[in-house]
Design a protein around this ligand. Structure first.
Ligand code: SF4
Length: 200
C-alpha cells in the first residue's frame, strides 16, 4: 500500500497514462471500487499530474507501440491536457490512443473530435451494453438519460473525422454481445468484446 501512485505504466508494448481518477460514470463493475492496483501498479492519484509531469513520465514515446490516455478515470475530463501532451508526443513520433467512456462531448459541451484530429490516432470507447436501459442501470452516468445516445454519437463523429475507433462491450448480465457488435459496425467502428474483471 506504500507503493507510490503511477502516472505512466506499461502493459505489454503500450504505455498507459493515468491522468485523472475522476469519471462521469459510476459503473457497478468499475475496478476502482475494488482495488487501487492494476497489473501491480497503484493508480490511485493523490493529485492529478501536470502536463509537464506526464510528458516527463513518458520519456521517449518511441520505446512503445502506442501511448494510451486512460485512467482510473475519464481522460476527456482533461481535454486541454490531452491536447497539450499529445501534441508534444506526436512531435516525437508517438502513436496516441484514448480509452474513454465516450462522454467527451457532454463533458466539454462541444464536439471534441475536430480538436483531436491529428493528435489522437485511435479511440477505444466503452459502450458497454446494447441498450440504454442496461447502460443506465450498470454505468449510472452523471448526465443521465442522454448519455447512451451521446456515446453512440461520439463514436460516429470520431469515425467521421478519420480516427480509428474500437467499441468495447462487456459480458454483463442482460447484454447481447452480438447486438453490441452490430451497433459498433453500424457506427463505422470496430468491435472488441471484453470480459468482466479483465483490465488492460
Ligand atoms: S467509465 Fe470506466 S472509470 Fe468510469 S466508472 Fe465506468 S469503469 Fe470506472
Amino acid at each position: 500500500m506504500d507503493d507510490p501512485s503511477k502516472i505512466a505504466y506499461k502493459i505489454r508494448d503500450s504505455l498507459y497514462l493515468n491522468i485523472t481518477n475522476r469519471c462521469t460514470n459510476t459503473c457497478d463493475f468499475c475496478v476502482r471500487s475494488k482495488t487501487q492496483f492494476v497489473k501491480g501498479h497503484n493508480l490511485m492519484l493523490e493529485v492529478e499530474p501536470t502536463v509537464e509531469d506526464i510528458i516527463k513520465a513518458v520519456g521517449d514515446p518511441k520505446r512503445y507501440k502506442e501511448i494510451v490516455f486512460c485512467g482510473y478515470g475519464e481522460p476527456t475530463l482533461r481535454l486541454d491536457a490531452i491536447k497539450a501532451i499529445a501534441s508534444e508526443l506526436k512531435k516525437k513520433g508517438a502513436r496516441i490512443r484514448v480509452v474513454t467512456n465516450g462522454h467527451g462531448d457532454l463533458i466539454n459541451k462541444k464536439t471534441i473530435a475536430p480538436e483531436l484530429k491529428g493528435l489522437v490516432d485511435s479511440f477505444s470507447v466503452s459502450l458497454n451494453t446494447d441498450t440504454e436501459s442496461v447502460y443506465n442501470k450498470a454505468c449510472r452516468p452523471e448526465f443521465g438519460m442522454p448519455s447512451y445516445a451521446a456515446v453512440k454519437e461520439f463514436i460516429k463523429t470520431c469515425v467521421k473525422f478519420g480516427m480509428d475507433v474500437e467499441v468495447t462491450c462487456l459480458d454483463l448480465p442482460g447484454v447481447d454481445t452480438a447486438k453490441c457488435e452490430e451497433i459498433a459496425r453500424s457506427l463505422g467502428a470496430k468491435f472488441r468484446p471484453r470480459h468482466l474483471g479483465v483490465v488492460g
